[in-house]
Write a protein that binds this ligand. Structure first.
Ligand SMILES: [Zn+2]
Length: 445
């Protein structure tokens, strides 16, 4: 074992066994031991005494749209990974769409990797995309190291990433199941969306009515049926409708291999508070009513929902018009996700251990990153240092993502990220960033 180079000491270290005072030893970018608080610092090692700030594993965000290359005016690896680092995220997995090219062939994956390599402040992995016409590309992409495949069941918002009908879904899922892969799905049923009133305009209530809960519920029911039939592994992206929770819970109890994520905006923002015309709150599926939100929290607590990810999906400000029908749908959450979720979690009686489980351990587990997601010997020395009781008011000018549009402007949040560490190296502290040294991650075979 290489010599210990660094010891991070805190009265509150979040480990898989709970929160305790500890000294965390690091060598060559890896945690070598979690020692008693008073443990002697090995000679030659540097001590970083964090006092009462909490040391938690760096967050793993498995749902991020970086849009690079191709729509870099919306976002890019440099800005997205800086925003992530500033928010305590040390690993992200990039969605296959909104970049040009989309990540739907091995060649396109190589293009994306080449672009990301020089700009990544944190570790970056990639999802592949399942399109109607690329079934033959799925296995090569799997072998090239994507973590799974994203599909839409209704139009995605960009022409180069068409959705799958039920027949194509079955073909793609059968192929993915044949090599033990994972299908992740934007689950809204197109027929229910078409049947809903499409009023358009600036009223949030009209937008909400245009993306009804039963569109989600139906698509999720169909996905579960396909997963059950094929004994395939599927993951429901960005769940918003609490009406789908009973059928998800029942499927899980039956042994169907389905996992579910939700997002900070569904957990912390409500339809009741969205001003008309405020399309910085637009995303699909939409932010729903506060009674719906209560049920999402309950489902996180009881394990029906597995994890929380940002679905960071920015665009340029001019695409965020005041017409909800045509405005770009997507919320930029990378930098604020930890604070937003923690602020609401603490109000509802949850601990930081819960937040770490939802935003780091479970997301790392979803994509099989066994060397991330926990503070224990043998894992990467990826950390966020958080002052959980300090507050700040969200100032768009302090955000690092490319277009400083945010649904959280003016909110007072709990939890200030003091520094973020990637493989034993401090990558940001007090708004100062080091050079990007993020690595490209591939699926562990
Ligand atoms: Zn998304």
């Amino acid at each position: 074992m290489s010599d210990v180079e660094l010891v991070l000491r805190s009265t509150r270290v979040i480990t898989p066994e709970g929160t305790r005072a500890a000294s965390v030893a690091v060598a060559a970018g890896t945690i070598t031991a979690v020692l008693p608080y008073e443990a002697e610092v090995p000679s030659g090692a540097r001590l970083e005494d964090l006092g009462d700030d909490v040391l938690l594993p760096g967050l793993v965000d498995t749902h991020v749209h970086v849009n690079d290359p191709g729509r870099t005016e919306w976002e890019g690896f440099w800005t997205a990974t800086r925003a992530a680092a500033a928010g305590g995220i040390t690993t992200l997995v990039d969605m296959p769409l909104n970049s040009l090219p989309p990540t739907t062939t091995v060649g396109n994956l190589r293009t994306k990797q080449a672009v990301a390599a020089a700009k990544a402040h944190i570790d970056v992995g990639f999802w592949g995309g399942a399109l109607p016409d690329n079934v033959k590309d799925l296995r090569p992409l799997h072998e090239a190291g994507v973590f799974g495949f994203k599909a839409f069941l209704s139009p995605s918002g960009v022409d180069e990433f068409p959705h799958l009908d039920q027949e194509r879904l079955a073909l793609s899922l059968a192929e993915i199941a044949s090599f033990g892969g994972l299908l992740i799905v934007h689950a809204e049923d197109p027929h229910h969306l078409e049947a809903a009133p499409q009023q358009g305009g600036p009223k949030y209530a009209d937008f909400l009515a245009s993306r009804p809960r039963d569109a989600e519920d139906t698509a999720i029911a169909q996905l579960i049926a396909q997963a059950r039939r094929l004994d395939a592994r599927v993951h429901v992206l960005h769940l918003s409708s609490s009406d789908a929770l009973p059928l998800i819970a029942a499927a899980k109890a039956d042994g169907v291999r389905v996992t579910v994520e939700t997002c900070p905006h569904y957990l912390t923002l409500t339809a009741e508070e969205v001003p008309d015309g405020a399309s910085e709150f637009k995303c699909c599926p939409p932010i729903r009513e506060s009674a719906n939100q209560d049920l999402l929290w309950q489902a996180l607590a009881d394990g029906t929902i597995d994890c929380v990810v940002t679905d960071h999906s920015p665009s340029t400000a001019d695409l965020k018009t005041d017409d909800f029908a045509t405005a770009w749908g997507g919320i930029s959450g990378l930098q604020l996700s930890l604070a937003a979720v923690w602020t609401e979690a603490r109000k509802r009686g949850h601990g930081l251990e819960d937040v770490v489980r939802w935003m780091s351990s479970r997301t790392a587990g979803l994509v099989g990153l066994d060397h991330k997601g926990a503070i224990e010997a043998g894992r990467d020395a990826d950390f966020a240092v958080l002052a959980p009781d300090e507050t700040f008011t969200v100032d768009p000018a302090a955000l690092q993502h490319r277009n400083r549009v945010t649904a959280y402007a003016g909110k007072t949040l709990h939890g200030v990220v003091k520094s973020t560490w990637l493989r034993g190296r401090r990558i940001v502290a007090d708004g100062e960033f080091t050079d990007p040294k993020g690595q490209l991650l591939t699926r562990t075979p």
